[in-house]
Design a protein. Structure first.
Ligand code: AMP
Length: 400
């Protein structure tokens, strides 16, 4: 793998694609700096080598140049986190940007203006990528969150750097973690798939079904399986057009000797609300007018036992409507079991949208082996797709 440590950055200008797409409040203050913190090790390593850093990122979805999406709003925060003064230039290409880069000394950091002020960024425009490429000697991609996009700064640009390109530490860690689960795993391997719908997880199931020993199913998609198996699910979430797909998954799992674990009991509610009346029933005997919003205590016990026996654990998607306190218990119990297994030496990777939100909300984030920073990129990796941002570093990424 082309790592940061393969390059000597002394007196070199590193052009780093970071993911500083951070949430801002109405006063343009950063409300969650995880992504900036995540890029810090790469930046510091280059500065310590005696190089300088030119940081490029997108922020939000601006339509042309919009001050609300200017990266100048985050300069103070980045300075605070890096502990190094961060210079800012109000463009990401052109004369001003080139001059700012020319004036940059070893040990200094420059942040370019939002890449998405130019439509050419998202369209993967080659001429735009070439202009960006003039702003550094070595290209470093450390933005896993956008690695599944073939944008100018994430993939197309790499062709202008020949051998002078590599992954940042964050992106390298993401790749290693996925590898540890899918290709280089210690058995038994357990994947936990929760969340709302089967349809959004089918790509993952198809890719992992031969690679893992256990698949734990939870969340709203449980009920498509239960209904397909002939159970009664009341008004629980269901995808009626995916019943056959659910049966196919069960059959395929059997064929590959992968055990699928479905919830045996559910916390059901008479409305989709935290204050709704609740009871615990068997997952396949949900009365009319009631819906399953969390796994029940018996299920939590069974799932914890599977996790306890696993050496490699992948968690994608909550087991219930964890945003509501009364339906968060199953997700919390699962998190506890994963933390416990991690303490015993298992490798645990949490990735993809809402499970990341859940581990953060419930305080598990630093007690699992790795929490992925990329939602869509993580999902596509788990689906077995080659991400353009990764391919571009490993080989030449050619635009069609
Ligand atoms: P996903 O983005 O597919 O991972 O889905 C995450 C969402 O699924 C969260 O917002 C959860 O509230 C929701 N969810 C989990 N379990 C259920 C359930 N039993 N019924 C409805 N929604 C659920």
């Amino acid at each position: 793998m082309k790592k940061l440590s393969d390059h000597n950055f002394e007196n070199k200008k590193a052009l780093i694609r970071v993911d500083f797409n951070v949430p801002l409040n109405a006063d343009f203050e950063v409300t969650d700096d995880t992504r900036i913190q995540a890029a810090k090790p790469t930046i510091i390593k280059i500065l310590e080598d005696g190089g300088s850093c030119v940081l490029m990122s997108h922020l939000g979805r601006p339509k042309g140049i919009e001050d609300a999406f200017s990266l100048r709003h985050i300069v103070e925060k980045v300075t605070e986190i890096l502990g190094v003064k961060v210079n800012f230039v109000a463009d990401c290409i052109g004369q001003n940007a080139e001059e700012a880069v020319a004036n940059l000394q070893s040990g200094e950091v420059l942040l370019l203006e939002n890449l998405r002020f130019y439509n050419e960024e998202k369209s993967g425009d080659v001429a735009f990528a070439e202009k960006l490429s003039k702003l550094g000697d070595i290209y470093v991609n450390d933005a896993f969150g956008t690695a599944h996009r073939a944008h100018a700064s994430t993939a197309v640009i790499a062709q202008f750097f020949g051998e002078h390109k590599c992954f940042g530490n964050l992106l390298a860690k993401e790749i290693e973690s996925i590898d540890k689960v899918l290709h280089d795993s210690q058995k038994p391997v357990t994947a936990i798939l929760g969340g709302a719908k089967v349809s959004s997880k089918i790509g993952i199931v198809e890719n992992i079904i031969e690679k893992v020993d256990h698949i734990i199913i939870g969340g709203g998609m449980t009920f498509t399986f239960i209904k397909a198996l002939g159970g009664t699910i009341g008004s629980s979430l269901v995808e009626d057009d995916k019943l056959d797909m659910a049966l196919d998954i069960l059959a395929k799992a059997k064929e590959h000797q992968t055990t699928i674990h479905l919830p045996v009991d559910a916390v059901i509610a008479d409305a989709f609300a935290n204050e709704a009346n609740t009871q615990v029933v068997a997952t396949d005997k949900i009365p009319d007018g009631w819906m399953g919003l969390d796994v029940g205590p018996e299920t939590s016990k069974k799932f914890a036992a599977v996790i306890n026996d696993s050496k490699t654990i992948l968690w994608n998607g909550p087991l219930g409507v964890f945003e509501m306190e009364n339906f968060a218990k199953g997700t919390i119990a699962l998190g506890d079991a994963i933390v416990e297994a991690t303490k015993q030496g298992s490798f645990s990777l949490v990735g993809g949208g809402d499970s990341v939100a859940a581990v953060k909300q419930f305080g598990f984030a630093d007690q699992v082996s790795y929490v992925s920073t990329g939602g869509g990129a993580m999902l596509e990796s788990l689906e077995g797709k080659t991400l353009p941002g990764i391919q571009a570093i490993l080989s030449q990424y050619k635009t069609a």
